[in-house]
Design a protein around this ligand. Structure first.
Ligand SMILES: [Zn+2]
Length: 187
């Protein structure tokens, strides 16, 4: 739920929606089935910790088409996310939700990025409007939902394919650590 400060200076929490692979952990270019294959990008867990300790609601939205295509099952996905929560816990970070799309590209669902269904659910769940959300991704499909919902779009250059971002409505940073530093400076 949004955090309300008591008094005249009432502020709602901001919601941060992160892509997983290429933002928090290395993008292996394939589904991560084994928690031991899940490798955090240096500084990413500490960045999430800094944000969550400052009152940001930090969430994840991740496409997991392997669930539909048979290259990943739910037990494996849960085990990987357990590892993520556990490693975050050790540095004092917290994810309030992980949303995943279990559908394949051919299914035409409204949650698989670049569609905005996961992001819309997260906004509704935490009572945050699009303008108070910050979407962080390493590829255009991660940031399309930000544009659809009027959220702030941030590109980080830690993806598997480090591309050039030609979108004026996207801010570009080196990594999640730099994003956290900028957001906390503004806060
Ligand atoms: Zn879906």
């Amino acid at each position: 739920m949004p955090v309300l400060a008591i008094g005249s200076d009432i502020t709602l929490s901001k919601l941060v929606i992160l892509a997983r692979d290429g933002v928090i952990n290395l993008d292996l270019g394939r589904p991560i089935r084994d928690p031991d294959d899940w490798q955090p990008i240096p500084g990413s867990l500490e960045a999430i910790a800094r944000l969550s300790q400052a009152g940001f609601l930090v969430t994840v939205a991740t496409n997991q088409p392997g669930l539909a295509l048979g290259s990943l099952d739910l037990d494996a996905l849960n085990a990987v996310h357990h590892r993520l929560h556990d490693r975050l816990d050790r540095v004092g970070g917290h994810l309030v939700a992980i949303a995943y799309c279990p559908h394949g590209p051919a299914e035409g669902c409204d949650c698989r990025k670049p569609q905005a269904g996961m992001h819309r659910c997260l906004l509704e769940r935490f009572g945050v409007v699009g303008a108070d959300a910050i979407v962080v991704g390493d590829r255009p499909t991660d940031l399309a939902p930000a544009h659809a919902l009027g959220a702030r779009a941030i590109w980080v250059r830690t993806g598997r394919v480090v591309d050039t971002c030609n979108d004026d409505n996207v801010e570009v940073f080196d990594d999640l650590s730099q994003v956290a530093t900028v957001l906390l400076k503004e806060d």
